[in-house]
Design a protein around this ligand. Structure first.
Ligand code: ATP
Length: 327
């Protein structure tokens, strides 16, 4: 993942007549990120996607897409992005091949490039055997695949997909997860809105949770040198000197320390926190804990799953303080 941003959304506010749908939404995505856009029905996900796609004009704020101002240069931005609406339409009289060629033509690909792009897109979405079928003869799931193909046939820098897995059978859903990981590895940035959190977990690098039009949480899901990892440490029983433990952990690179929500069977008491450092630094921390005669029974890097992140962000919970902390 390149670290320079491909998308910068700043203080975006959007109103429908008489209805505020987005308030002060800001986030930045690097190249090769996959953003899981989550939130309850009516939270503002579609409105945000449509604004980024340059289809709706926000009241205030800015959207920079690969250096292009989407609000003031929507046509220039259009070249760089692909968008699948949650409710899409296909021309029923066209075949799958014609539909993909049409989409490639709309994106101004040269004729020779169009043929190659359609072939590749059809392969990626498992559509090759149906290229000559009229789209009005296809089932909902196959039509969905054609619509995704139309959104990505021109290899956009940023691909916006509103509920892309809706209507797909389990095999096609797995295929889509694999495809998203491939696109990401090629440097494409994706924003995927879905209510199926377990699927988002498989390929997303970032999460933006929206509630009532506000961004309640935006974060990277994968550990980086900057973000650090979440470390979970379990003890046979709660340490007697909590401030001393906190100091020891802090000295060895741990911050944002809080009680773990559910200690495992072996640990009578556990904590979690952010650890910044190498594997050797982790080993040093473990050695220091054992050296201080603390009854460590668990020491592990954990990754919060999307479901946990979602529920926590919807409750807008702050991390709990360390149990028994004097701080
Ligand atoms: P869902 O998960 O149900 O698809 P969403 O998060 O995509 O929801 P949006 O469709 O962006 O939510 O809607 C955000 C808010 O804006 C909702 O309260 C919705 O009722 C309102 N809204 C959406 N479109 C319009 C419109 N054209 N006119 C007025 N209000 C609208």
């Amino acid at each position: 993942m390149q670290s320079d941003p491909v998308l910068e959304v700043s203080a975006l506010t959007f109103e429908y007549p008489g209805k505020r749908a987005l308030t002060d939404v800001s986030f930045t995505l690097p190249h090769g990120a996959v953003l899981a856009l989550v939130g309850p029905n009516g939270a503002g996900k579609t409105t945000l996607m449509r604004s980024i796609a340059g289809l709706d004009d926000p009241m205030s704020g800015s959207i920079m897409l690969d250096g292009v101002d989407v609000i003031f240069e929507p046509r220039e931005a259009y070249r760089k992005l692909g968008y699948l609406s949650d409710f899409f339409g296909l021309y029923g009289a066209l075949t799958v091949r014609q539909s993909l060629m049409h989409a490639a033509g709309m994106r101004a690909l040269a004729q020779a490039e169009q043929i190659a792009a359609v072939k590749l897109t059809a392969e990626r979405l498992g559509l090759t055997s149906r290229l000559d079928a009229r789209t009005d003869t296809l089932s909902r799931g196959w039509r969905q695949r054609v619509a995704i193909g139309q959104a990505m046939v021109h290899a956009p820098q940023v691909l916006l997909l509103d509920e892309p897995a809706a209507g797909l059978d389990p095999e096609a859903r797995i295929g889509l997860s694999i495809l998203f990981r491939q696109l990401r590895a090629e440097g494409m940035t994706l924003i995927v809105s879905s209510h199926i959190l377990a699927e988002l977990d498989e390929y997303s690098s970032h999460m933006l949770a929206i509630k009532d039009g506000r961004a309640v949480e935006f974060r990277a899901l994968e550990a980086t040198a900057e973000t650090g990892v979440t470390l979970r440490i379990g003890f046979a029983q709660a340490p007697a000197d909590d401030p001393a433990l906190r100091t020891l952990l802090g000295v060895h690179g741990m911050s944002a320390i809080h009680a773990a929500s559910s200690p495992s069977a072996d640990a009578g008491w556990a904590l979690q926190g952010t650890f910044k450092g190498s594997a050797a630094d982790q080993a040093m921390l473990l050695k220091a804990l054992v050296g201080a005669d603390l009854p460590v029974v668990e020491f592990a890097v954990v990754r919060e799953n999307m479901h946990e992140s979602y529920l926590r962000s919807m409750r807008q919970e702050a991390p709990a303080p360390v149990v028994g902390s004097a701080a």
